[in-house]
Design a protein around this ligand. Structure first.
Ligand code: FAD
Ligand code: NAD
Length: 476
């Protein structure tokens, strides 16, 4: 009762979890007429994560990199249904998922079950904290729009609070100290954006306290951006130092309090030194951890018992040990890095696979009908035999789906002061480049990857607006 979506009983129900890079690439390329498509995600929009670090300083406004999932579904030929809810359980035996809607307007949580014939898990990952005390309570993550908004507010809160008269030097220095933990691409890009914000806007608008502004990037390994080539790592570290970003490598954060980070530095002589670093803003960017729903599935499927970082899948992205369940993106372990590039190629692969499966079924049923007709000796059996032959040929071609293979297009990262680094495939070889030209390449590459023309126009306008008038530093 009250249900708006009535599944067509002649079609299989395909449930897709998530509206991130993987699930949206699947939706974009899927022929939705073949299935009863149901999308479930607590986030009713797709988020273009590569430009999220730019939202933390207001260089780009957050809505410019969001695309409503309903706008995506509206353009599909076959109707697809969307539920704004979080999947909390997958019962692979009964083939049902449990979803929870905890919308504020309801005032109470609503739990319901959705049956599936086929399920795609594309729920991404959550932020890793490694159980380090104080991280969840005191730091900001950088994964969702809400995180970027929180950071944007907090930067200005630190600046305005530090500018208030009658405080100790120590307190002003603490407030103006922005600490970033994790020297992966997220941490490096954010540190670069933050330093730009300071150089281009804060310094001019709040000159009194500007000498105290400092960004520190803390990384446990011997260098930042470990997945890039040695040449680009050196270039990045030199550029960050030129920008006056303090890089602390071989430094492992062990504990976080409301205004200090406690870390252990590994010295060249093999000894360790414990340091206490006061901070005003702390951004935690130490990578991915498995979401509870995925952990739960891994614990319940015996074939997943050796998997640690997500759902182990085969070369067709089928979850090992589960029937009719596929996994894509950051929640799947297929042997690739957890990136948007991988997730979107996996989503597009599944769309091709599902489109083929639907075609196969329709061809098989046509062949079955023609064979029955021939057995009953009705109609022209020579024509039917010829058609069956053609259909079988077509079927063999369609059934021959090659396994998923990731094609790496290269890695790009913004490192501040209008410079970027790129490790890209170039004429069958590799090109490692950094600098201002790479920055223009970075901008045009990300612009072309934006989800829609609307996003593209909004991002360009934001860039122009910030260039002409500076970033908007009002704190709301
Ligand atoms: P996501 O995109 O994270 O989407 C997961 C979806 O699942 C979301 O819609 C979420 O709301 C939903 N969900 C969560 N829990 C549930 C649940 N229980 N039930 C239903 N739905 C659920 N990669 C690159 O290749 N290039 C880059 O430049 C780049 N830049 C990045 C910058 C930042 C700041 C960050 C954080 C990441 C960046 N990445 C980049 C990595 C990239 O964003 C991820 O690898 C990618 O988002 C993974 O896609 P996904 O579909 O697996 O998950
Ligand atoms: P990451 O896993 O790439 O890096 C996290 C870093 O944090 C690691 O270098 C790790 O050594 C460090 N770390 C962990 N614990 C620490 C501690 N206690 N103290 C100090 N350092 C610690 O994480 P990320 O940067 O968030 O990236 C996640 C994924 O998203 C990666 O696959 C990345 O390639 C992708 N991504 C790509 C881009 C891009 O291509 N421009 C941008 C952002 C993210």
């Amino acid at each position: 009762p009250g249900e708006q979506f009535v599944p067509d009983p002649s079609k299989k129900t395909l449930v897709i979890l998530g509206t991130g890079w993987g699930s949206v690439a699947l939706l974009k390329n899927l022929d939705t007429e073949n299935y009863n498509v149901v999308v479930v995600s607590p986030r009713n929009y797709f988020l273009f994560t590569p430009l999220l670090p730019s939202c933390t300083t207001g260089l780009i406004e957050h809505r410019s990199i969001m695309e409503p999932v309903r706008a995506i579904l509206r353009h599909k030929k076959g109707a697809a249904n969307y539920y704004e809810a979080e999947a909390t359980n997958v019962d692979t035996e009964r083939k049902v998922i449990t979803v929870v809607d905890n919308s504020e307007v309801r005032g109470a949580t609503n739990t319901t079950e959705i049956p599936y014939d086929m399920l795609v898990v594309g729920v991404g990952a959550e932020n890793a904290t490694f159980g380090i005390p104080g991280v969840r309570e005191h730091s900001c993550f950088l994964k969702e729009i809400g995180d970027a908004q929180r950071i944007r507010k907090k930067i200005m809160d630190c600046v305005e609070t530090a500018a208030l008269r009658g405080q100790s030097e120590e307190e002003m220095n603490r407030l103006m100290h922005m600490v970033v933990v994790g020297g992966g691409p997220t941490g490096v890009e954010f540190a670069g954006e933050l330093q730009d914000f300071f150089e281009e806007d804060i310094k001019k608008l709040v000159p009194g306290i500007s000498p105290r502004f400092k960004v520190t990037l803390i990384e446990a390994l011997p260098n930042v951006l470990p997945s890039f080539s040695k040449q680009l790592i050196d270039y990045t570290e030199n550029t960050l130092r030129e920008e006056k970003i303090d890089i602390m490598t071989k430094t492992m954060v062990k504990n976080v309090t409301n205004n200090t980070v406690e870390a252990e530095i590994s010295k060249p002589d093999g000894t360790k030194e414990r340091v206490e670093i006061p901070y005003g803003l702390l951004v935690w960017a130490t990578g991915n951890a498995v979401r509870p729903i995925v952990k739960d599935m891994m614990a319940r499927i015996p074939a997943q018992k050796d998997s640690r970082r997500g759902l182990a899948v085969n070369e067709y992205l089928v979850v090992q040990g589960a029937r009719d369940v596929w996994a894509i993106g950051d929640c799947a372990v297929a042997g690739y890095a957890p990136t948007a590039q991988v997730a979107s190629q996996e989503g597009s692969f599944l769309a091709r696979l599902f489109n083929n499966m639907a075609k196969t079924e329709s061809l098989e049923s046509r062949i079955h009908d023609l064979s029955s007709k021939m057995n009953l000796k009705a109609g022209n059996s020579a024509d039917d035999a010829h058609e069956i032959e053609l259909l079988e040929k077509q079927l063999r071609r369609i059934k021959d789906v090659k396994p998923f293979r990731y094609s790496h297009q290269g890695s790009l990262a913004y490192i501040g002061s209008e410079k970027a680094v790129a490790d890209v495939s170039w004429w069958n070889g590799n090109l490692a480049t950094g600098g201002s030209m790479t920055y223009l390449f970075w901008r045009s590459a990300y612009l072309s990857m934006c989800f829609s023309s609307r996003n593209r126009v909004l991002v360009i306008l934001d860039w122009l607006k910030s260039k002409a008038f500076g970033r908007d530093i009002s704190r709301e």
